[in-house]
Write a protein of this length. Structure first.
Length: 475
């Protein structure tokens, strides 16, 4: 049984209690990790607070040197890290390598972007003062991560923390902590000062809640479900803090009658079944114009049938397992309920034969409506709900009829339709005619999908102050 350690104040430490990590491909326990003690939580807060005093004043050139050294160390250990990631997530290798790649990409991007942070001058109408905005490191950051992309999520948080001169306490999901803990161990080799990066593991929110209730953190940031985000923010509101939380999504897709259908089908199916549908921006509600509806269903089924269930370095278009049997049973119950309401199973819909672990067949449901529970809630699994619409339907209003607003997708060759959708869809990102994400593009939602941004310069701004300075220059 592999044992893992936490990184607290520059030391690798264990704890009195441990908890198991399960491989979703087999359902077997593969490792044990520390379940942090209450005193260690206080040690993290003290370490991050003390190290902030010096790290925030460390030159950007020195921070860059350490960050890029860390990147080199991570890349030299890539194969080991990817294998750990596969074992705890059940990802296909291409997905795991993407997950790892986003960590090192974020580290490079944010330290480079920090060089471009401006400190603008503000005009004084009387000519008496020189006013400018001073950007300084915000403070201690507490980050909670989701389980679906452990290292991407780690990169989204640790990279702006390090680049901005903040210090951090990061808790990966208790479901998938292994690769993140290994990356934290490698941070020691890079030579970061003690307390700059603290990475912990826990299966008990009662123990870790002092990270939220303490006055020490200046920013609480997380990636997770809307319900988890609301609970965490409620807990943290014992003192004034900044919040940056990327929460749930229930992404609509609109396929108009003039769409390039093959392109739309390929994009939607590939994203829907990526990471077994466990993606916050996964297309969930697929609105297809009635004139191309039958064709869309046929093409979608044909493309999805090319997906095989598997894990790791197997060849072909591979989809891995769900993260737990609890999640699988939840989704199966939702499929059954939707079929009882009149939806039709085009393909999938059940547990595959001859597979251990927590696999679920890639599933397409036709003849859904926008009032079914499956389409009103985030699915977070390999199920695509297809909803027909006609010329008399206000499909944008149908798309917006949801509490969540993280991402949306539109397929049309009509420029006016495209621009109208971009203007009127309530989502933090709208991709038209192709799915596209990148570290330079802001990622975050509207409505109940969160506040703040990951990626891009807009994320980095959240780790910095906007301090106004006024100097009298002319009496």
């Amino acid at each position: 049984m592999t044992q893992y350690s936490m990184l607290i104040n520059g030391e690798l430490v264990s704890s009195q209690q441990q908890f198991d990590v399960v491989n979703p491909d087999t359902g077997e326990v593969i490792a044990q990790v520390p379940d942090i003690d209450p005193m260690q939580v206080q040690d993290c807060l003290k370490a991050a607070s003390e190290s902030f005093k010096t790290w925030s004043k460390t030159s950007l050139a020195t921070r860059e040197e350490l960050i890029l050294r860390y990147v080199d160390i991570l890349e030299s250990n890539k194969d080991e890290i990817v294998d750990i990631l596969i074992s705890e997530t059940g990802k296909p290798v291409d997905n795991a390598e993407y997950d790892f790649g986003m960590l090192v990409t974020c580290l490079r991007f944010f330290v480079e972007e920090m060089k471009r942070i401006d400190q603008p001058v503000i005009q004084d109408p009387d000519g008496r003062f020189h006013h400018f905005i001073k950007r300084q490191s915000l403070g201690v950051v507490v980050g909670y991560l989701a389980w679906n992309f452990p290292l991407l999520n780690f990169g989204y948080k640790v990279a702006p923390i390090l680049a901005s001169g903040c210090t951090g306490i990061i808790k990966p999901s208790q479901v998938t902590p292994l690769a993140t803990l290994r990356c934290a161990e490698l941070a020691l080799e890079a030579g970061f000062p003690s307390g700059v990066i603290n990475v912990i593991s826990s299966n008990n929110y009662d123990v870790t809640n002092p990270l939220l209730t303490s006055k020490t953190p200046a920013l609480f940031t997380m990636i997770g479900s809307t319900s988890a985000g609301v609970r965490a923010m409620q807990t943290a509101c014992t003192s004034v803090k900044h919040f940056s939380v990327e929460l749930g999504g229930n992404a609509p897709v609109i396929v108009y009658d003039d769409a390039e259908l093959d392109k739309a089908v390929t994009d939607i199916i590939d994203l829907k079944f990526a990471n077994s549908g466990q993606v916050c921006v996964s297309p969930n509600r697929c609105f297809v114009h009635e004139s191309v509806y039958t064709q869309f269903i046929e093409k979608a089924k044909q493309h999805a049938q090319g997906i095989r269930l598997g894990v790791g370095r197997e060849e072909g278009r591979i989809m891995g397992p769900l993260m737990s049997d609890k999640e699988r049973q939840r989704i199966l119950a939702s499929i059954e309920n939707t079929v009882a309401q009149g939806a039709k199973v085009v393909m999938g819909g059940g547990i595959p034969e001859g597979k251990s672990g927590f696999y679920l067949q890639p599933t397409i449901l036709a003849d859904c409506t926008d009032k079914m529970a499956l389409t009103c809630d985030e699915i977070f699994g390999p199920v695509l709900a297809v909803i027909p619409f006609g010329d008399s339907d206000d499909v944008i209003s149908m798309s917006n009829d949801c509490d969540l607003g993280l991402a949306a997708y539109v397929y049309t060759t009509n420029l006016q339709r495209a621009m109208t959708a971009a203007e009127e869809i309530d989502a933090g990102s709208v991709c038209i005619n192709e799915v596209h994400y990148g570290v330079q593009l802001p990622h975050g939602g509207l409505k109940q999908s969160g506040v703040g941004k990951d990626c891009s310069k807009y994320s980095l701004h959240e780790y910095l102050t906007n301090k106004r300075v006024s100097i009298l220059i002319n009496n």
